[in-house]
Design a protein around this ligand. Structure first.
Ligand SMILES: [Zn+2]
Length: 421
């Protein structure tokens, strides 16, 4: 059924006005003092003249607002900038007071949870990990594990929970970042978990939760290659195929908090069955369960006595490396589907860079020259510079750092934004 807006084209619609009703959520919407703070934090150290130039504000405003930020304990003056010429006092620079706030970033996983403790300047002070049985958890079990993990990382830095302003968490599944709820996650035994609320009740600290592909993208935006880029994408291949996109310097979250499910975009009508229940998804050709299914046949394993997908994939990779053509064909085919997926990403978002990440990238067939060549062939580029593809290190600490950025951004908004308390 179509919902036709009767006001469209109607003469009476003139009285309703025109133009977008919602304000642009740009960086400029942040208060100036927060913009100054974030500029200094991004630079590491910056002179007042740098702030004036970068933000296009008057020297007077910069002096007043930085004095306010120094008085509030968010910034401090240091002598650390190199002299531009001659002798004399070295210029005074501004930097973030690192001890001003602390946050914890956590990556929840089905085998090992990881955490980092980060200060207000974004420096990592400590990390910790906690092995966990690979079973689906109740909310209470998960909160107990998070409590243990946070104790570990706090002990390592000689801090207590009283030092922590917020916690960020990245986990796989469908995560509603706005409400802090988890409609579904493969880590959890039930649906529609009110994670942020339960966490705050138990630990007395706000929790900010997002899906793991988004926190990995934040890790690149805050600490990695994405810092100097306004439009880029991160594609992760692990159990599934995830994706995060930064558009105009901001993580794109969509309207319903679903995350960008690249793994469930269709690459074949009526194709292979995906674990989501639909057919022809990219994941059904690329994810570990898809490759393990084919590996069982290629390696002549008894389907009733299957190894874990990880072990099966390792065996398949070893076979491919030693020249087994059936094994090579399986990786080659997966690589072809990846090239289709990446080409679609370029065609939809026109990113400057696509970062490939995730445990499965250890199978270098997925990153082979022929995969990239095929991707470029499938993409209309009209002779322009093709999108760059890079492979970045993965590992739970990177994800945990991204989760700490989630908390840092929220704490910064609270401390310096309009909503400060
Ligand atoms: Zn699917």
């Amino acid at each position: 059924m179509y919902d036709i807006d009767s006001a469209t084209g109607d003469e009476s619609s003139a009285s309703l006005g025109c133009g977008p009703i919602l304000p642009t959520a740009s960086e400029n919407a942040k208060p100036l003092r927060q913009q100054i703070f974030e500029h200094v934090r991004a630079a590491g150290r910056a002179a007042r003249t740098d702030v004036t130039r970068a933000l296009g504000i008057s020297a007077g405003s910069a002096t007043t607002l930085t004095a306010d930020l120094i008085a509030a304990g968010h910034l401090r003056e240091v002598e650390g900038l190199p002299r531009e010429s001659g002798r004399g006092r070295p210029p005074v620079a501004l930097e973030v007071v690192p001890e001003g706030r602390h946050v914890i970033g956590i990556k929840l996983s089905d085998e090992t949870h990881s955490a980092v403790l980060t200060d207000f300047a974004g420096r990592m002070l400590a990390d910790a990990s906690l092995p966990t049985p690979p079973t689906r958890k109740t909310l209470d079990e998960l909160l107990v594990e998070m409590g243990t993990l946070m104790d570990l990382v706090l002990q390592a830095a000689n801090k207590t929970m009283a030092d922590v302003s917020a916690v960020g968490v990245g986990m796989s599944g469908i995560v509603d970042h706005k409400t802090g709820t988890v409609p579904w996650s493969p880590l959890m035994a039930s649906r529609d978990i009110d994670m942020a609320c339960s966490f705050q009740t138990r630990f007395g600290v706000p929790l900010h939760v997002d899906n793991d592909a988004n926190v990995l993208t934040l890790a690149e935006l805050w600490f990695g290659a994405g810092r100097s880029m306004s439009d880029f994408a991160v594609v992760t291949i692990e159990h599934g195929v995830g994706m995060g996109v930064v558009l105009d310097n901001r993580l794109f979250r969509g309207a319903r908090g679903m995350g960008l499910e690249l793994g469930h975009t269709k690459v074949q009508l009526d194709g292979a069955l995906c674990r989501c229940g639909q057919r022809g998804c990219l994941e059904a050709y690329l994810a570990d369960y898809a490759l393990a299914r084919e590996a069982a046949t290629a390696l002549h394993r008894n389907p009733r006595n299957l190894q874990s997908p990880n072990a099966m994939l390792d065996a398949l990779f070893a076979q491919a490396k030693s020249g087994n053509s059936a094994a090579r064909t399986i990786f080659r085919r997966a690589g072809r589907y990846l090239s289709v997926g990446l080409s679609n990403v370029i065609q939809l978002f026109d990113p400057e860079l696509i970062i490939l990440s995730g445990e499965r990238m250890q199978y270098d067939y997925l990153y082979a020259d022929e995969v990239l060549a095929e991707m470029h062939e499938l993409t209309l580029s009209d002779g322009r510079t093709p999108c760059r593809i890079e492979m970045h290190a993965w590992g739970d600490l990177v994800w945990a750092r991204g989760a700490s950025a989630l908390a840092l951004a929220a704490v910064t908004d609270t401390a310096l934004g309009e909503t400060r308390t």
